[in-house]
Design a protein around this ligand. Sequence first.
Ligand code: GLU
Length: 331
Amino acid sequence: MSTRIPTRNKTGFSEMEQLRQEMVKLLDEAKTHSKKGKVVDYIPELKRMDPHLLGITVVSTGGKEITAGDVQVRFTLQSISKVFALTLAIMDRGMDEVFRHVGMEPSAEPFDSLPPSLFLPLDRPEFRELAKPANPMINSGAIVVSSLIKGRTAQEKLERLLRLVRVISGNPTIRVNEHVYASEKKASERNWAIAYLLREQGFLKENVEEVLDLYFMQCAIEASCRDLAYMATCLANGGTVWGLSKPVIPREIVRVLTALMVTCGMYNASGEFAARVGIPAKSGVSGAIMAFVPGKYGVGIIGPAIDKKGNSVAGTHLLASCVNRWGWSLF
Ligand code: GLU
């Protein structure tokens, strides 16, 4: 079978329906893997998520949709928001300025590790370069990136980010889940430690409270698999959204996002994910995954049981099955 997601043909026989049924089978099989993971527990409000949920939406760049599983569930973007915060920061400040503050290198450390600056003699310039956060997809890098988004207040910056996310998802009702935001703000000592360290060492110029307020709100942006799949389709489409003539995200930025999602998007499992699955993807500790096949499809997945590195176990399994079944790998 081709990788195209076909439309209904003239006889009324639905190839699309066949494809959906295949997807349901892959999903049922992947679901059995959810018991190998656990729902994230350091953000109290997220502990309520059902570990056995699994849902997927695929949208083609031509606008055809296919869904299977628990797609009605709403979840927070968590780390997936880092992709769009980075987009906005680059649109605001330009590539050079953003990457003066944060690196482009994959990290072998967990997503919430303290910046390496803790252990380096920062008075020597050659060490300062090494000491900046490794990339924008881990927390230290993402906190620095959020501080570069333009706006007078955290709320104003958030509104600009929400506007971008609403346009690329085609959903004007997307908003922040206030409970998840408040819950993380209160409980996430690790992110406070990271931010204060960055600030003390001169990597973060803004006020810590303001920056973390924005960071926690962006992580708590709520979406569905369908929203996520449409966001991914915009990336698959080179930054263009159906019905709009000009790209929403400049192609040059999409190119950088794609590279960073491939090399850093699945935290310190990105190398293995590239080898075993092989498409640009970004995960969040809510168990969501946003992935895309350049020029073809955007994918949104939710599967709240995550592994030790923070990636959805069943979701990753399902994505790998789709990639293998329909030959989506880039490599
Ligand atoms: N809000 C989460 C945190 O900062 C995001 C992490 C993630 O999804 O990987 O810890």
